[in-house]
Write a protein that binds this ligand. Structure first.
Ligand SMILES: *[C@@H]1O[C@H](CO)[C@@H](O)[C@H](O)[C@H]1NC(C)=O
Ligand SMILES: *[C@@H]1O[C@H](CO)[C@@H](O)[C@H](O)[C@H]1NC(C)=O
Length: 353
């Protein structure tokens, strides 16, 4: 039964995991204190791969495995830095012109671009994305089907008309989004896979908010994502009073998951254990339920809730920022020479121009 469930689980999970994506987000802002005027970040699936901003003016790898890119492209990071500096100048202009079009002089404003591709490694289907946002709302987008621009806001109409006139831009967008981008994505996935080939067992924590709330068994840092986490009583898996969470990605490419157990009465405790099983690994990680091992809010020596609090605060901050900065854009693939030429001629980086 367990095997069957596991198979179904793995099957479902795989079906979900076959779509990979490479996305870049460029964000330029004005009037926001303590936030760089320009920020560009790249993502492979949910993992951040690169970062550059107007404070550092340097493009850096956010994953160890991304540093391997220089084996094939020695100038990769230097070129990315150049692109980053060039883009921020164009984006500064974009935000200025867009503010004008909206008749805005004061306040804070955010101008964004998100682009990239999704690729399904089973169906080989490719989807390209290219859009601009202003102050958290859609502004302008590229429609791959018609190979034309959609002015979501009427203030973007001038740009749409201008860019629709350039066959170059449409052709470049199409070839970048459906070919070039996928090429980079596959390369990054290769690096990532190589670095994560081996299986990694997680750290397991027992957490409880208060003595009456559920005991959460939290496993984090495992790889790959084919894993099971369960509670046993007297050596038998139990389902009653147990609530399983989903497997979630950590930002370093590993995974985490939790399984909650309604608190057993005190004397029963030692009959319970939390078991983590990783596909392809023989030994399980078994954590006996013991009062001393549970980290709680009430226990001042415990740091974990503080850590979780900080993580939640950071996530909220990121979400708040994301509400403004809904868009990001491409990087590696963006340094394409043809596109640069197009940019210089028609300034496609600058939809407000
Ligand atoms: C980063 O580069 C931009 C564009 O060249 C420049 O305007 C800015 O002053 C630079 N930032 C720093 C901190 O040097
Ligand atoms: C822009 O704002 C000014 C001052 O409020 C106003 O006089 C002008 O009519 C506005 N222009 C547009 C195009 O909305």
């Amino acid at each position: 039964m367990i095997t069957l469930l596991l198979l179904i689980f793995v099957g479902i999970h795989r079906a979900v995991a076959v779509t990979h994506s490479l996305k870049y987000f460029y964000t330029s802002s004005s009037g926001i204190h303590n936030f760089p005027e320009y920020l560009s970040v790249g993502y492979v699936d949910d993992v951040q791969i690169s970062h550059c901003d107007s404070v550092t003016n340097t493009s850096v790898a956010k994953q160890e495995w991304m540093k391997k890119v220089t084996d094939e492209y020695p100038d990769y990071w230097r070129d990315e830095t150049k692109t980053c500096i060039k883009k921020q100048q164009a984006f500064k202009e974009s935000i200025r012109v867009t503010k004008d079009r909206f008749n805005q002089t004061k306040g804070f404003h955010v101008f964004q671009r998100m682009y990239g591709c999704e690729w399904n490694d089973e169906t080989k289907k490719v989807k390209g994305l290219e859009q601009f946002g202003y102050n958290g709302e859609d502004f302008l987008a590229f429609d791959l089907k018609t190979e034309s621009w959609i002015a979501v806001k009427h203030q973007a109409f001038v740009t749409k008309q201008k860019w629709d006139h350039s066959k170059h831009i449409a052709e470049y967008e199409k070839s970048y989004l459906t070919t070039e981008c996928v090429k980079w994505l596959k390369m990054y996935l290769r690096y990532q896979e190589k670095s994560l080939m081996k299986t990694v067992l997680p750290s397991v924590y027992l957490l409880q908010k208060s003595s009456s709330s559920a005991v959460s068994c939290h496993a984090t840092g495992f790889y790959p994502d084919r894993a099971e986490l369960l509670w046993r009583r007297d050596g038998e898996e139990i389902h009653e009073g147990v609530e399983k969470g989903q497997i979630l990605p950590n930002n370093d490419g590993t995974f985490q998951m939790s399984v909650d157990l309604q608190p057993p009465s005190g004397e029963d405790m030692q009959r319970y254990e939390c078991v983590f099983q990783l596909s392809g690994v023989k030994e399980d990680v078994v954590t006996k339920l013991e009062k001393a091992k549970i980290r709680t809010n009430e226990d001042s020596s415990s740091q974990i809730w503080i850590i979780i609090g900080v993580i939640v605060a950071v996530i909220s901050a990121v979400l708040a920022v994301a509400a403004f900065f809904l868009y990001r854009k491409k990087n590696g693939p963006c340094k394409d020479k043809d596109y640069t030429a197009v940019q210089q001629k028609t300034k496609p980086e600058n939809p407000s121009a």
